[in-house]
Design a binder for this molecule. Structure first.
Ligand code: CA
Length: 336
């Protein structure tokens, strides 16, 4: 076992470098630098050394899984200008009301506030700087496999099934469709392969195991205080008894950073028992989301954040909008 001596603000620490495999997941691609889920953002994250690239997936009207964070289209596309009459009574434009051919006609950009049309992150890539077409999950799998082929790297995919209960109400089984597509590309056969499926609804993850025979990696994402659409109780699943339940069907648990570490007003970190409890249950911890331009409350620096997550909490890794910064931090601390 390789041992590294790491100088941290807490003092000297002996760290076993190969006891924990550290995982850097590019959150919607290198979304801190380029529009979320664009293929250029995926290519950048691939080049920056991310281990996995994330895909959020929803279905079109014709049942095609596309890479889109929201079930709505107006926060990242010009749907309101191209199809002004196609909103529902709530004023929103749902991806599931549009065919793939229609969605391919849309221009997608950096995320905006749908009411003000101002960017969600003003200091990031400009709204008018670059536009792209929304692509299918299958196109992204081919894109990543192509990059792996041309670079000789083995970057994995990390697919989130978005809102299975919503899709079910709309008459679509997104869990089955995504599972079938990933299986066609050879995923879902074993733990340790370069593919994860994640979801906020435990019902979908349980179905993958029991109904569809998925043998690959699964990650249970924890939301906030409110329960999931399928009744998933995130506060319960964040406790040891709940974690043991998760471990019966999943390999990792995905907390918000605030469940793992918080900072006091002096900028001192307090690491919770979350990771210790998860490891005791047999789960890896994949937190989200690291953003250098949107640090947690009272967190003084990106360095403090990375140190608390990787060294303080000894977590395996997580989602970052800035894959290069997380990769470089791990390298600088001999953790990669
Ligand atoms: Ca996601």
């Amino acid at each position: 076992m390789r041992l590294s001596i790491i100088l941290t603000s807490a003092g000297l620490l002996l760290h076993s470098a190969n006891a924990v495999e550290h995982v850097v997941i590019a959150h919607r691609g290198a979304s801190g630098y380029l529009p979320e889920h664009s293929l250029v953002a995926k290519a950048m994250a691939h080049a920056q050394g991310a281990d996995f690239l994330e895909q959020d997936v929803v279905l079109t009207k014709d049942g095609v899984p596309i890479v889109l964070h929201d079930i709505h289209l107006e926060t990242t596309t010009d749907v309101a200008a191209k199809f002004p009459s196609r909103h529902r009574a709530d004023g929103r434009f749902y991806a599931i009301d549009f065919t793939l051919i229609e969605i391919k006609q849309l221009t997608a950009t950096q995320r905006v506030d749908p009411k003000t049309r101002l960017p969600a992150y003003r200091q990031r890539f400009p709204i008018n700087g670059y536009s792209y077409r929304i692509h299918s999950l299958e196109e992204e799998i081919r894109f990543i496999q192509g990059l792996n082929s041309s670079t000789g790297r083995a970057v994995g995919i990390y697919t989130e099934i978005k809102q299975p209960t919503f899709h079910q109400v709309e008459g679509q089984d997104i869990t089955r469709i995504v599972c079938e597509l990933l299986s066609r590309y050879g995923y879902g056969t074993r733990k340790g392969e370069a593919c994860w499926i994640q979801c906020f609804e435990q019902t979908a993850l349980r179905r993958l195991r029991t109904e569809f025979g998925w043998r690959g990696n699964l990650m249970m994402i924890l939301g906030g205080k409110k329960k999931g659409a399928d009744g998933t109780d995130y506060d319960f699943l964040s406790m040891p008894a709940g974690m043991r339940e998760v471990a019966a069907f999943a390999d990792a648990i995905g907390p918000g950073i605030d469940r793992v570490v918080t900072w006091d007003q002096q900028g001192k970190p307090y690491v919770s028992d979350f990771t210790r409890d998860a490891h005791a249950a047999g789960l890896q911890v994949h937190w989200g989301v690291v953003r250098v331009d949107d640090l947690p409350e009272n967190c003084p620096s990106l360095d403090s954040l990375h140190e608390a997550l990787f060294i303080g909490a000894r977590s395996e890794g997580g989602f970052t909008d800035f894959p290069d910064l997380t990769v470089n931090w791990l390298k600088a601390h001999c953790l990669r």
